[in-house]
Design a protein around this ligand. Structure first.
Ligand SMILES: Cc1cc2nc3c(=O)[nH]c(=O)nc-3n(C[C@H](O)[C@H](O)[C@H](O)COP(=O)(O)OP(=O)(O)OC[C@H]3O[C@@H](n4cnc5c(N)ncnc54)[C@H](O)[C@@H]3O)c2cc1C
Length: 372
């Protein structure tokens, strides 16, 4: 059976990236925040997002005419690597910056771009992801939320679930069914739903810890004007695959527990050979993952769509994030690590589910390798 070779070219960071990295570290050293594990999901701080935006680090790669800064994806990679490594509270703008903005740039109308992108780049406009539904997760194409055509737009009814931060987002980018009778991948479209619209109910789903980022979003005949359609009606499936590639390919898929790894290294007693070996193994894996992730970023910058490579990095990366927790737990179970360890343990069940489960990603990789 002939296998396709995966393409992981040697990644090259742009000239000046060391300077940019130092700039970000300088900025972070002036900020007051408690480093967190999984800060890109759990560290929601609009003030921090706005301060980051003032430095030009939100919407960094977008054209200036939409409030962006025209920087390269690899420059952005450097910035987000530093933010994640520091455990900085970046969740408020994370989804807008990572996937909704780039999706609007690729498929959105000029009107939508002008209306939304500048506010996103100022760190003031937050989006949530409206894909999963109570009966549709991995099999996303089975979703049922219906958008029925009416004069001037659609009436959207259904419910979305596991919607992180819907209760504090301004908009949801939702995948909905616009043609119920079409083949299941063909009748889908993407729409922007203003979460302040009549008919939107955001119900909290509390975590076992009492924390709250998940929601169920119930939509009852919510009027979505034509202008809020993203791309073309019926093209939602191929568009959402692009969105998932943005969602899956970044360094947050292996850096969620980096603050814990860093602190573990800081508290280990000098001269402990077993601990040094364990940490060395993790460090080697981290460096390999970083090279893989950078080469995915490089391929995206070159206009390629490395979906298979991105799926592989996410699968290996989320396994690494969990192994960091196990190592920290066995090397230094109490004392100074307790806070970060507890955060990491409680977040870990989600690592291999969110953005596509490991089983689904391995299916993507297997089909990709077989050229199907
Ligand atoms: C922390 C977190 C944040 C999230 N945030 C959002 C969000 O903001 N917006 C949003 O839309 N969704 C969000 N999700 C939902 C997430 O996308 C889904 O949980 C995920 O797609 C899996 O769907 P499911 O939970 O319905 O599980 P299911 O699809 O029911 O899967 C259950 C199990 O069966 C396995 N399985 C399913 N199909 C196959 C198959 N064909 N082959 C092999 N194994 C299979 C899966 O791997 C999994 O182990 C979030 C999830 C988490 C954990």
């Amino acid at each position: 059976m002939p296998y396709r070779r995966l393409s992981f070219p040697r990644p090259l960071l742009p000239d000046g990236s060391d300077g940019l990295r130092l700039e970000v570290r300088g900025f972070l050293s002036e900020q007051e925040f408690e480093p967190r594990c999984d800060s890109w999901l759990s560290g929601f701080d609009p003030e921090f997002s706005r301060r980051l935006a003032v430095r030009g680090w939100v919407g960094m790669t977008w054209p200036e005419r939409y409030g962006g800064h025209g920087r390269s994806p690899l420059d952005r990679h450097v910035v987000i690597e530093e933010l994640l490594a520091a455990g900085a509270p970046v969740a408020a703008h994370w989804i807008s910056d990572r996937q909704t903005g780039p999706l609007l740039l690729r498929y959105g109308s000029e009107e939508l771009r002008e209306r939304l992108l500048p506010a996103m780049a100022r760190g003031e406009c937050y989006f949530c992801i409206g894909m999963s539904e109570p009966d549709s997760g991995s099999d996303l194409a089975s979703l049922r939320t219906a958008a029925t055509r009416v004069d001037g737009g659609y009436l959207v009814s259904g419910s979305k679930v596991w919607t992180s931060h819907a209760h504090r987002s301004h908009f949801m980018l939702a995948l909905v069914r616009t043609t119920p009778e079409a083949e299941r991948h063909e009748g889908l479209s993407q729409v922007v739903i203003d979460l302040s619209s009549p008919g939107v109910e955001v119900r909290p789903i509390r975590l076992l810890t009492g924390g709250h980022h998940f929601n169920e979003v119930v939509l009852r005949e919510v009027l979505v004007p034509d202008a809020m359609l993203v791309g073309r009606e019926g093209e939602g499936w191929s568009q959402v695959l692009t969105e998932l590639a943005f969602e899956r390919s970044g360094p947050e898929r292996f850096l969620s527990t980096f603050p814990l790894l860093r602190q573990t290294v800081e508290v280990l007693p000098a001269g402990d050979g077993h601990a040094a070996e364990e940490v060395g193994r993790l460090a080697a894996r981290l460096l390999a993952l970083r090279r893989l992730s950078l080469s995915v970023a490089g391929a995206i910058e070159a206009g390629e769509a490395p979906a298979v490579e991105a799926a592989l990095v996410k699968d290996l990366g989320t396994r690494f994030e969990r192994d960091v927790i196990e190592s920290a737990r066995s090397l230094a179970p109490d004392g100074p690590l307790a806070g970060l360890l507890a955060q990491a343990v409680l977040s870990a069940p989600g690592f291999t589910l969110r953005g596509g489960t490991s089983e689904i990603l391995r299916g993507v990789v297997a089909r990709g390798l077989l050229g199907r």
